[in-house]
Design a protein around this ligand. Structure first.
Ligand code: TXA
Ligand code: MG
Length: 337
């Protein structure tokens, strides 16, 4: 199949909507990362998404809507917490897990009675949904296991020949996937951190929320988890990533002592070590780190890196999302000095 990579003109947005209505899969920009979109109600379209990504069949997809009328089709029995969160953070990078409505097929939720829903703020994504008149399900547009794509070129790299169309909407703002929170429980549970922070959610709900075990720790393959996505190796470049938890002086000393052919460093802005290095933002700038992380991980592959020693982000605010993604790309390999 030929994969067209096109600019988001009205004509191309109309084409994307038509393809969705016909059950095809399209690469679309969102404010978080690029998604692989297919009609949420169409089992055949959803199967194509799983196939294109090589995604494990038990990992559910997020359903994307463009207005509140659509919410009634894809969800039911919303709790007051779910409504508060939707009213506050939508459109935007927050996914809320609620009871599945009939407008989402079981293939999309991997057989679950719940569904993750979000209303993206990206104008192109919204126009495509609005024009098609149907919600789309979309995972990140990478091959399963690879870092999520934050620009159209990276989508093309993973999806060339597998889908008919990719809309190039430039670089994604956030750079990490949406925050996922389950509102099925009395006390909501953070399943995946993102740029909407735990602190912001708690302030809106006026109560503490729980954090699922898999957010910061590794869970066993056969362990029962609230979010199936937690079990799988994620965001991994070809190189082995090792997170070094220490101050900069100790980091520098360690990596310079342990460097070999193909060893690189992932640093904060302004730092310098005697190793080829890429930078992912200021030490205190968690938003910049989130924005850059995945594209830098892909850049290490282009450079042929074998090992990447990474500076460790803070675990508060958006930093929690950065740490969550980085620790997965490192396969939980952390060295504390
Ligand atoms: O920002 C995003 O959310 C992007 C863009 C394209 O919207 N999408 C995305 O999808 O990151 P994906 O498939 O890569 O990640 C979805 C995550 C997975 O970890 C999955 O397990 C979880 O959301 N999830 C989806 N539905 C769920 C459900 N019903 N219950 C629990 N977890 C769910
Ligand atoms: Mg993903």
């Amino acid at each position: 199949m030929e994969t067209k990579l096109v600019k988001p003109t009205d004509e191309m947005i109309a084409l994307a909507s038509d393809l969705l209505k016909k059950g095809e899969v399209v690469g679309v920009p969102t404010e978080t990362v690029y998604g692989l979109a297919g009609d949420s109600s169409n089992a055949e379209a959803i199967k194509k998404i799983f196939l294109a990504k090589g995604r494990p069949m038990d990992n559910p997809l997020i359903c994307h809507i463009s207005n509140f009328e659509m919410l009634g089709r894809v969800a039911k029995d919303l709790s007051s917490d779910a409504i508060k969160l939707a009213r506050t953070f939508w459109p935007g990078p927050l996914t809320i897990v609620v009871k599945r409505g009939d407008g989402v097929c079981l293939e999309s939720t991997a057989g679950l009675d719940s569904v993750g829903i979000r209303m993206p703020s990206n104008e192109i994504a919204r126009k495509i949904i609005e024009r098609a008149g149907i919600p789309f399900s979309a995972p990140s547009a990478n091959l399963s296991g690879r870092p999520s794509p934050t620009n159209a070129k990276d989508v093309f790299c993973d999806m060339n020949g597998k889908i008919p169309l990719i809309i190039d909407g430039g670089e994604c703002d956030a750079g990490v996937e949406s925050t996922v929170v389950s509102a099925l429980q009395e006390t909501p549970v953070l399943l995946r951190p993102g740029v909407v922070t735990k602190e912001q959610i708690e302030s809106v709900l006026g109560k503490k929320i729980d954090v699922a075990k898999g957010v910061l720790e590794q869970v066993a393959k056969d362990e029962k988890v609230l979010s199936p996505g937690m079990k799988y190796r994620h965001y991994a470049p070809n190189a082995s990533v090792i997170i070094i938890k220490s101050d900069f002086e100790k980091f520098k000393e360690y990596v310079e002592k342990n460097k070999a052919d193909g060893t690189y460093a992932l640093l904060f802005d302004g730092e310098k070590v005697d190793l080829p290095s890429l930078y992912y933002g200021g030490a205190d700038d968690d938003k910049a780190q989130a924005h850059n992380l995945f594209s830098k991980l892909r850049e290490f592959d282009e450079l042929g890196a074998k090992t990447v020693f990474a500076r460790c982000p803070k675990q508060t605010g958006v930093g929690l999302a950065v740490y969550n993604r980085l620790i997965r790309s490192a396969g939980f390999h952390v060295i504390e000095l």
